[in-house]
Design a protein around this ligand. Structure first.
Ligand code: GLU
Length: 424
């Protein structure tokens, strides 16, 4: 098994999981590669590459987002679908793991082209997804409107309105209240549960957040309002830092207006009300803070820069921001890591709630969604921490063990080796 399985192997060395389960996790169940011809605004025909992977569906239909990014490849999508398998099991959602993507820089195409590409993607994968088969959702650079176009396209193809085929839709098309804030709110519940369990009484913990998209910016505001001191935030163009803490609601307001953090500070009026410094990405990751929250893309902390990390806690709000090669270095340096398969699972948890609402036709209030989200996140965080203490393993390894136990139960329900061979 390759480096992709390093963390799985580590978990397996602390628990007895049947060979059948491990065998089932070695390869994706299906990996689909498609070409999506799109008529561009200037009349050219351009063929985009798209992917959809069902990694495992032992515990239910596959579940996972679709990302639009220039670096998307089949290898990346397979890895992310593999992670979703564990994420859904950690949260005990009745789903397996899936993921999709298109290799495209969505910022470089027009809105008309984006809609044609989104609908073209569904034309290409329509036979391989479905409410009981594989249920996509938003991921990096895809949003509610794109989910709405995709649901509409699937419904056109199947000649029936099928909201449960995709989650993260606009509210008016069967979306769930609270889905847009779910990843951030889920992370917030994980952070609070961990801080309580660790008896962390410190008043204003310092936080640096990499990535100011949906998850990073909402989490920044939740933490800010709860009294944490957010000293640095960044987007793809750079980072801003203030030792005394940033005024996150103002930063969000200006970012929303200008789409760019740097301009928030350097061209606009917030410059005048806050002392700040600009940093580059590496400097942000190396800040001496209580919590570092990578909420952007994968492989931000690797064996090359892991030694520079000074934070006590790293919360993986992005998927895969720490490369497995950095695990040992961080652990030796005493950094406590809260893994993506727990830390960012709030998004897929509310996706599950959306799927239930679509299937029952009964829509929940925001209070009910957030209450159920809190229950799930707090309960499963406690379960993972309990495994970590009992087995004396890292929180990441504990999350894998917790997921593996659930995956094994589902695999074994279909018959174990001893069931077939006893008495032969
Ligand atoms: N893309 C998100 C994730 O990686 C959400 C997936 C979903 O809601 O299905 O967890």
């Amino acid at each position: 098994m390759g480096t992709k399985f390093k963390r799985l192997m580590e978990a397996l060395s602390h628990t007895t999981i049947s060979d059948d389960t491990v065998e089932r996790l070695k390869y994706p169940k299906s990996s689909l590669k498609v070409s999506i011809p799109v008529r561009m605004d200037n009349g050219d025909l351009k063929n985009f590459q798209g992917y959809r992977v069902i990694y495992n569906n032992t515990r239910g239909p596959a579940k996972g987002g679709i990302r639009f990014h220039p670096d998307v490849s089949i290898e990346e999508v397979e890895l992310l679908a593999y992670l979703m398998t564990f994420k859904c099991a950690v949260l005990n959602l009745p789903f397996g793991g899936g993921k999709g993507g298109v290799t495209v820089d969505p910022k470089s195409i027009s809105k008309f082209e984006l809609e044609r590409l989104s609908r073209g993607y569904i034309n290409a994968v329509a036979d391989f997804i479905g409410p009981d088969v594989d249920v996509p959702a938003p991921d990096v650079y895809t949003n509610q409107m794109i989910m709405g176009w995709m649901m509409d396209q699937y419904s056109i193809i199947h000649r029936k309105i099928t909201p449960a085929v995709i989650t993260g839709k606009p509210l008016s098309m069967g979306g769930s209240v609270g889905r847009d804030t779910a990843t951030a709110l889920g992370s917030f519940f994980v952070i609070r549960t961990l801080m309580k369990e660790q008896n962390c009484k410190k008043d204003s913990l310092t936080v640096a957040i990499q990535g100011f998209g949906n998850a990073g910016s909402i989490l920044a505001e939740l933490l800010f309002r709860a009294g944490y001191k957010i000293v640095a935030v960044s987007d793809s163009k750079g980072a801003i830092y203030s030792e005394n803490g940033l005024d996150i609601p103002s930063v969000r307001k200006y970012k929303n207006a200008t789409r760019d953090l740097k301009s928030v500070y350097c061209e606009d009026s917030v410059c005048n009300i806050l002392e700040h410094q600009t940093l580059n990405n590496e400097e942000l990751l190396a800040l001496d803070v209580d919590m570092l929250i990578p909420a952007a893309l994968e492989n931000q902390i690797t064996e090359v820069n892991a030694n520079a990390v000074k934070a006590k806690y790293v919360f993986e709000v992005a998927n895969g921001p720490i490369a497995s090669g950095a695990d040992e270095i961080l652990e030796e340096n005493g950094v406590i890591i809260i893994p993506d398969i727990l830390a960012n699972a709030g998004g897929v948890t509310v996706s599950y709630f959306e799927w239930i609402q679509n299937r029952t036709g009964h829509y929940w209030t925001l209070g009910k969604v957030n209450k159920r989200l809190k229950q799930k996140m707090v309960q499963e965080t406690k379960n993972v921490l309990e495994v970590s203490q009992r087995e004396s393993v890292s929180i990441r390894t504990a999350a894998y063990i917790h997921a593996l136990n659930r995956l094994e139960e589902a695999v074994n329900a279909g018959g174990t080796k001893s069931f077939y061979t006893d008495g032969i």
